[in-house]
Design a protein around this ligand. Structure first.
Ligand SMILES: Cc1ncc(COP(=O)(O)O)c(C=O)c1O
Length: 398
């Protein structure tokens, strides 16, 4: 028995009930269908299934019931018609781009991209004859200037990793529509709760579900969302035949993750906002960038396209790398790692980890200095986190 998400449900309800597919046993918690494939009652039934004349499953690389529940719940949340679950966020990004491009095409991408995404567009795509132009995505004029007759895809993330720049998704979509190109948005930093790229005019949305969607450090996962037409025309065959499919066990952990997503993101955002305000007043901190603060340089655009701040903060330590390392090492609750969106607060030094492969010049363009630190706020008690920062900062002279 399948539970079709009701269009009037608000996100918190959709994320508990949407897409549930109950077996004949009426299990309360969603079942894990950990199977590679499916059987047929007769040769004729197998033939009909392969011809697409009935709706059943064929092979887990194409689709399977637990993955289906995750995909349907994501569609209901995102306002998408179709979704495909992938084994990682990068599998989602690369599939979403490559499935619709061919040699001779051109991508325009924001230069502020997660390192692996930047490698896909800057290094991998050209090997297959796909050109790429990277732009400072904050200014729409740069997107327009980069357009060529063969531009097929615009690719961006907003807010960006790690400096939390904002890109005008509706503006980029308007430009894309003028030339019949498509906009692919990596919506990881905004979460599906705070920003709806499809409503803003984007054509495809991707997530690293490793981040907030699982949010508990258990799974590596991704998802691609769009309309039925795009999935049928571009993604379906690519997905079936190149094999980025998610394991059903992972899909189950994500279904469980989605149930608590609004509660976790609310607490993480509240913690991030309070810590950002605290850090902004500390003498050891040169600058705080947080989309929920009025002093964010793009506060007007944030108000237009996002409905919440962020679970992430970017800040700069006055003493450069030495001070940033000292701070990270002195924190007790906050853990040094490179994931984000987790229930645990995580601190990262981008210049020596996530963005170490960029040249010094490319890092400077993105606003990443030796003192830049990224914090992903967890769900711990706000006061405990602030006290942790206070004791760590007290060990660092201004
Ligand atoms: C913005 C963004 N996109 C994509 C990815 C890739 O996701 P995954 O690690 O699940 O492959 C990440 C991972 O950190 C990310 O931050």
């Amino acid at each position: 028995m399948s539970k079709t998400p009701n269009k009037n449900w608000r996100p918190a309800t959709t994320l508990v009930h949407g897409g549930t597919l109950r077996s004949q046993y009426g299990e309360m918690s969603e079942a894990i269908y950990l199977t590679q494939g499916f059987t047929y009652d007769s040769s004729e039934a197998a033939e009909a299934r392969f011809k697409g004349e009935n709706d059943g499953y064929i092979y887990a690389r194409y689709g399977s019931p637990t993955n289906d529940m995750f995909e349907k719940r994501m569609c209901a949340l995102e306002g998408a018609e179709e979704a495909r679950a992938t084994a990682s966020g990068m599998a989602a990004v690369s599939a979403a781009l490559l499935c619709q491009l061919k040699a001779g095409d051109h991508i325009v991408a924001a230069r502020a991209l997660f390192g692996s995404c930047r490698w896909v567009v800057e290094t991998l795509a050209p090997r297959y004859g796909i050109e790429c132009t990277l732009v400072d995505g904050r200014d729409l004029a740069n997107w327009e200037k980069a357009i060529k007759p063969n531009t097929k895809v615009f690719f961006l993330e907003s807010p960006t990793n790690p400096t939390l720049e904002i890109i005008d998704i509706a503006g980029v979509a308007r430009l894309a529509n003028q030339i019949g190109a498509r906009v692919v948005v990596d919506n990881v930093f905004a979460t599906p709760l705070f920003q709806k790229p499809l409503e803003l005019g984007a054509h495809v949305v991707v997530y690293s579900a490793t981040k907030h969607i699982d949010g508990q450090g258990r799974s590596l996962a991704g998802v691609i969302l769009s309309d039925k037409e795009w999935v049928t025309e571009h993604l379906q065959d690519y997905y079936r035949h190149t094999g980025p499919a998610m394991s059903p066990f992972t899909a189950w952990t994500l279904i469980k993750g989605l149930e608590t997503l609004p509660i976790r993101v609310k607490q993480q955002t509240e913690n991030a906002g309070r810590i950002a305000d605290f850090l902004a007043e500390q003498k050891q901190v040169a600058k705080v960038i947080y989309p929920g603060r009025k002093d964010h340089p793009q506060a007007d655009l944030i108000a237009k396209q996002m409905t919440g701040g962020s679970t992430l903060i970017c800040f700069e330590m006055k003493g450069g790398k030495e001070a940033a390392f000292k701070l990270q090492n002195a924190l007790d609750i906050v853990t040094i790692s490179n994931n984000l969106g987790d229930t645990r607060s995580i601190i990262t030094h981008p210049a020596t980890t996530t963005h170490k492969n960029l040249t010094d010049e490319a890092r400077a363009e993105l606003g990443i200095s030796a003192g830049t630190v990224r914090l992903s706020a967890g769900i711990e008690d706000t006061q405990d986190l602030i006290e942790d920062f206070a004791q760590a900062l007290s060990q660092i002279s201004a």
